[in-house]
Design a protein around this ligand. Structure first.
Ligand code: AMP
Length: 494
């Protein structure tokens, strides 16, 4: 099977939604969401999905792909819309499979918005939380079901839902589903579905495994590409700094202050590393939450809500936990650790610069990261200049009053991160299927900010953007300049 490539040129002027043959109920919901014009993936995919074709969507994250697949599917399902209370009149007709609970939840929130003026019912099921309310909702009947594979299989086994009337299937972030090890679950789920159906597969990257999956489960698909596969968002400023491990945290706080960044997502490679770093930032006086696989589902959703509400400044996350997060206007993403897997770089930096907004993605690379960085360069087909970072001459000192608060933030008391304040009352999440497991009860405790904690940076005059001595990244990663290292008794960089 060679997917047929949709070669339609990008529209010169962004097309308006009212040019689409969508029902007034959907148009109204689009208006409510505040969307005026279609994003490129929407302009390309919506007509193709309406036509009934299978689609392989190579869409980078944050491109508006949820609306691209769900609006036309809702349009097609409207013919079944009814106000009957009978569950039999509301069979599952569309199934959306997503790799993580956060993504499933986010997709469901979006689809509920688009379906709000119709009688179509939308439900979301994922693991890590009580199954009983989900069971009750499924038994009442839903037309659109968004699910993570593991929990869906639980519901299938418990006979909580019938999938024999499914007409539409969406595999969202399919590459990540494979990364997590969901292939056997996916295969089982797909085996329960009618053979005659429309299948849509979305993936930020197209590995040979994804192509194989598409070959097995899609029929004569149209390949819809809005950006080169594995390309990173063009509206994201990408910076790579050569930094020593022990300086990474100070580099981040300096950049936050200099660029007046109010909120950032910080990626680390391990759960333990995320917990540790979040705790250190918290001690620095930054409202910080951690998002990783050892957190309960309840804690993860609360942390995310607190971050989205602006009650948390920094979200320190691992890849699996952060997958698919959509946080409006997130200005910055830091890679505290260079990701082990180059494709994760594309996903990580896709958290900023979403839906046309601009953003900055800063990666802190040490000497040991040379190979990982060159893997990223190969994947994104771009040479990234590696810059040295000049740390300010800032001997840390304790904050004595609010005037010493970080320049990028209003003076404020160090409050407990809302998302982590509540004890977890939900059962532990399903075990993570792959990756390293680092479990340390100390670091997994909800954060209790030290009341004596104070920021340790000093207020400094607005400094220019860190100076850059550009080297090709794939060359030797150099040590950063540390002007004050010897003054503080530290090692002089060799
Ligand atoms: P997605 O890639 O589906 O996760 O969407 C990323 C973000 O873009 C979400 O917050 C959507 O609400 C938003 N979005 C989707 N389509 C549009 C549009 N046509 N105009 C403005 N924002 C949009």
């Amino acid at each position: 099977m060679t997917p047929q490539l949709d070669t339609a040129p990008d529209l010169a002027a962004p097309a308006r939604f009212d040019t689409l043959p969508l029902d007034a109920k959907l148009q109204r919901a689009i208006g409510d969401a505040g969307y005026e014009t279609m994003t490129p993936i929407q302009a390309k995919a919506i007509p193709i999905v309406l036509e009934g074709r299978d689609v392989m969507g190579a869409a980078q994250t944050g491109t508006g792909k949820t609306a691209a697949f769900s609006l036309p599917l809702l349009q097609k399902m409207l013919k079944h819309e009814n106000a009957s209370a009978s569950p039999a009149r509301h069979p599952v007709r569309a199934l959306v499979l997503a790799p993580t609970r956060e993504l499933a939840d986010q997709v469901a929130v979006n689809i509920k918005t688009y379906a709000q003026h119709s009688n179509l019912r939308v439900a979301c099921v994922f693991g890590g939380i009580d199954i009983a309310p989900q069971t009750a909702e499924l038994k009442r009947g839903v037309e659109v079901l968004i699910a993570t594979p593991g929990r869906l299989l639980d519901h299938i086994q418990l006979k909580n839902c019938q999938l024999n009337q499914v007409e539409y299937v969406v595999l969202d972030e399919a590459d990540r589903m494979l990364d997590i090890g969901f292939l056997p679950d996916l295969q089982r789920i797909l085996s329960y579905l009618p053979k005659t159906r429309q299948t849509l597969l979305f993936s930020a990257t197209f590995s040979p495994e994804i192509k194989k999956l598409a070959q097995s489960y899609l029929q004569d698909p149209v390949l819809v590409e809005v950006a080169r596969p594995n390309a990173t968002a063009t509206n994201v400023e990408q910076r790579f700094y050569s930094v020593a491990d022990e300086d990474k945290r100070r580099v981040i706080t300096q950049i936050l202050r200099q660029r007046e960044i109010r909120q950032a997502l910080i990626f680390v490679n391990s759960k333990l590393g995320a917990a540790r770093l979040a705790r250190t930032f918290e001690r620095d006086g930054l409202r910080t939450a951690a998002l990783h696989g050892d957190k309960s589902q309840d804690e993860r959703l609360k942390s995310l809500a607190a971050f989205k509400a602006g009650e948390v400044d920094l979200l320190v996350a691992t890849d699996v936990a952060a997958r698919g997060l959509d946080i409006a206007d997130l200005p910055a993403v830091f890679n505290y650790d260079v990701p082990f897997n180059a494709e994760d770089y594309v996903h990580r930096i896709g958290r900023t610069g979403r839906a046309g907004a601009s953003g900055i993605a800063i990666t802190l690379a040490t000497r040991d990261d040379t190979r990982l960085v060159s893997d990223i360069e190969k994947l994104i087909k771009k040479t990234i200049p590696l810059e040295t970072f000049e740390l300010e001459n800032d001997r840390p000192r304790r904050r004595r009053d609010a005037e010493d608060a970080p320049a990028y933030s209003e003076p404020r008391s160090v409050a407990a991160p809302v998302g982590l304040a509540a004890p977890a009352t939900t059962p532990a999440p399903r075990p993570v299927r792959s990756g390293r497991s680092s479990h340390d009860p100390f670091f997994d405790r909800p954060y209790e900010p030290d009341p004596k904690a104070a920021p340790v940076w000093e207020d400094s005059p607005a400094a220019p953007t860190p100076s850059a001595g550009a080297n090709p990244v794939s060359g030797l990663v150099s040590k950063p300049k540390r002007r004050i290292a010897s003054l503080l008794g530290g090692k002089t960089p060799s």
